[in-house]
Ligand binder design. Sequence first.
Ligand SMILES: *Cc1c(COP(=O)(O)O)cnc(C)c1O
Length: 474
Amino acid sequence: MDSKEFRAEARKMADRIADYFEEIEKYPVKSRVQPGETGAQLPGQPPATAEGMAEIMADFERIIMPGVTHWQHPSFFAYFPANTSYPSLLAEMLTAALGLQCMIWETSPAAAELEEKVMNWLKQMCGLPENWTGVIQDTASASTLAALLTARERATGFSTNEHGISGSEKLRVYCSSETHSSVEKAAKIAGIGRRNVVKIPVNEVCAMDAAALEEAITVDLNAGFTPVCVVATIGTTGTTAVDPLPEIGSICRKHNIWFHVDAAYGGTALVLPEMRHHARGLELADSYVFNPHKWMFTNFDCSAYFVRDPELLIRTFEILPEYLKTSTRGLVNDYRDWGVALGRRFRALKLWFVIRNFGVEGIREKVRKHIELAHWLEEEIRKRDDFELLAPVNFSTVCFRYLPEGITGEEEINHLNQKLLQSLNASGKLYMTHTKVGGKYTLRMVIAQTNVEKRHVEEAWERIRKEAESILTN
Ligand SMILES: *Cc1c(COP(=O)(O)O)cnc(C)c1O
């Protein structure tokens, strides 16, 4: 492809993308393809000779699009969102065009310095402690892995990096039973072992029981274990519960344990001063992560990781082969030493575009609207006898179930709600996912898509009610 053809194709692509966003509501939110259906339409061998864009795009429309679940559909209420937005998308085009490898400052000084700047912007926007230092990671999972590795190195006097895990260290990590699975995964990778992840019980609103944490730590200390890290969550994945950070933080301080806070989804809400009560005690944390790629309109991947002491992070990951030695070392940030990967994408650019093109107030307005819509739905559910709320609406996620009169067996109620969810998702008009709260099958409606409006939530709620009634009578 030469530049002339590229110009023409890129213009067509811009139109294709704008059409997509204008017409997105005509697609079923959740893809309806069956396992193997897409693969069966794709040739087993790569083409030996060049194919034109017209041919490739035709196959994209015919084969790929039906197998796409539309995460940018305003009626996408499943999981947590993976939002994009026009400014983010435009930045991503430039990122791909420049094709930078942002491993060290010298491989693109502007990328390193922009990253430092936008991470400082995020701190101000969210009211995070001024003395923290930020770095962009690909995912919250990678950020939490960085936290666990740093915590492990600090606890073992940086000897594990040198000698490896011997098994005699008896390291322990603590989190609640509602914590995201990325903590268990990180413990496996870090050589701590998933059996050494102690799951602390939660209270009636799914938040960690701090007294039980203290007790577990005491028991472990008496048994010769070394507590390395406690992970608390602002906005758990199941019900968006908030762990009691002040209590957990002071326990960590008392026992000199690394305190990591995971706010992958909920962290974006801290742009609103009125939501910062959820972050009380956050200043006690040693590390913190939230995902602009979830709720801050910046397309995947972009995870914001903050640490109190960047020296500990750098010491954990530092490597210095001859070919990466530079004269600027120590004067600038060489981000390859701030995480797992050497090569890094230029992720700061899309964050910069988003923050500038929305403006901080523009971001606040959208987030505030999502939270208001969630509270509107919460009130609608409260008004009814045949629906039940199953968790406090702390952010923009509503957890509820259908509970019609006359049906009392828990198993039967669970089954009914499972059927309801399946048939709602099969309608193509909306997409929700579920969790379990104390054994109860729970519908989770996350109202956080970039373009969600009141009418989408109203339509969804009406559909949910009607579908519930029709399932009951059939
Ligand atoms: C989504 C989520 C994660 C994982 O995020 P990735 O960026 O996909 O790794 C971790 N923790 C919580 C609380 C989450 O909601």
